[in-house]
Design a protein around this ligand. Structure first.
Ligand SMILES: CC(=O)[C@@H](O)[C@H](O)COP(=O)(O)O
Ligand SMILES: NCC(=O)COP(=O)(O)O
Length: 256
């Protein structure tokens, strides 16, 4: 499966749709319906993070989304998780476009840090190699540390995903410019060693444009928590359109 996107791609993370669904045995809201509506509105991809405790995305959701995405050949399926826990079984079964490796513990509240090198190198190398043999691109969830990017490349990753919570927490405060500079430098270091750059965690309609205006070469943002919260008010379609406008605004500012 191949994808090409001229602008930063929006991958909608549907974890939180599953979280609400799982509080009853009625199958609503539907995860596949949410994904379909987001894709119809112009989202370029769907992200899930099936955690080992299945608190939100379940194995069946991954299978059903993979079937849905066959009707959307230009859209990307991105599965996130820890490859030393449950992620690799999904990758072997579904062969998504992208696997995002995240170093979460089994009971992690939410993702809160990236891989660390050299500590994580040896256990990641064979898992990255296996994904690439399966035709699956690998992105490593990373803190905005420029010095870590060469090591991420040398273990065989195609891309990194910058963990954006520290930027999101600083947005609108005097620390915003300091954080943006960290992310700019980390993205540039990644680009310099041949890595593609993704970004995600706590991005929202307020902070997204400034991020893309300040950070070079972002190929994809994956956004879930804030986007699904917005969709409760605006509906999936209008929400995706609103996030695409933020992306366009950020890229316009970057290029002007
Ligand atoms: C890797 C990342 O930043 C997201 O996957 C985030 O961890 C979402 O997971 P939850 O929806 O379980 O918080
Ligand atoms: N990779 C980040 C992601 O998929 C969504 O993170 P969030 O927007 O739910 O914080």
């Amino acid at each position: 499966m191949t994808t090409s996107h001229p602008r930063t791609a929006l991958s909608v993370n549907v974890n939180k749709v599953a979280l609400v669904r799982n509080t009853r045995h009625l199958g609503i809201p539907s995860v596949t319906r949410a994904a379909q509506l987001c894709l119809e509105a112009g989202a370029q991809g769907i992200t899930v993070h099936p955690r080992p405790d299945e608190r939100h995305i379940r194995a069946q959701d991954v299978t059903e989304l993979a079937v849905l995405l066959k009707d959307w050949p230009q859209a990307e399926f991105n599965i996130e998780g820890n490859p030393t826990q449950n992620l690799m079984a999904f990758i072997r079964q579904v062969r998504p476009h992208q696997a995002t490796f995240v170093p979460d513990a089994e009971d992690q509240f939410t993702s809160d840090h990236g891989w660390r090198f050299p500590q994580d190198a040896e256990r990641l190398k064979p898992l990255i190699a296996e994904c690439r043999q399966l035709g699956v691109r690998v992105s490593l969830f990373m803190d905005a540390e420029p010095a870590q990017m060469a090591a991420a490349r040398s273990v065989g990753a195609d891309r990194i995903e910058l963990y954006t919570e520290p930027y999101a927490a600083a947005w609108g405060t005097p620390q915003q410019a300091v954080q943006l500079e960290r992310y700019r430098a980390a993205a540039q270091a990644a680009l310099d060693v041949g890595l593609g750059v993704n970004a995600g965690h706590d991005l929202n309609r307020d902070n997204l444009a400034d991020f893309l205006a300040g950070v070079p070469g972002v190929l994809e943002v994956s956004i879930g928590h804030a986007l699904i919260a917005d969709a409760l008010e605006l509906g999936y379609g209008d929400t995706v359109v609103a996030y695409q406008r933020c992306i366009d605004q950020g890229m316009l500012e970057r290029n002007s």
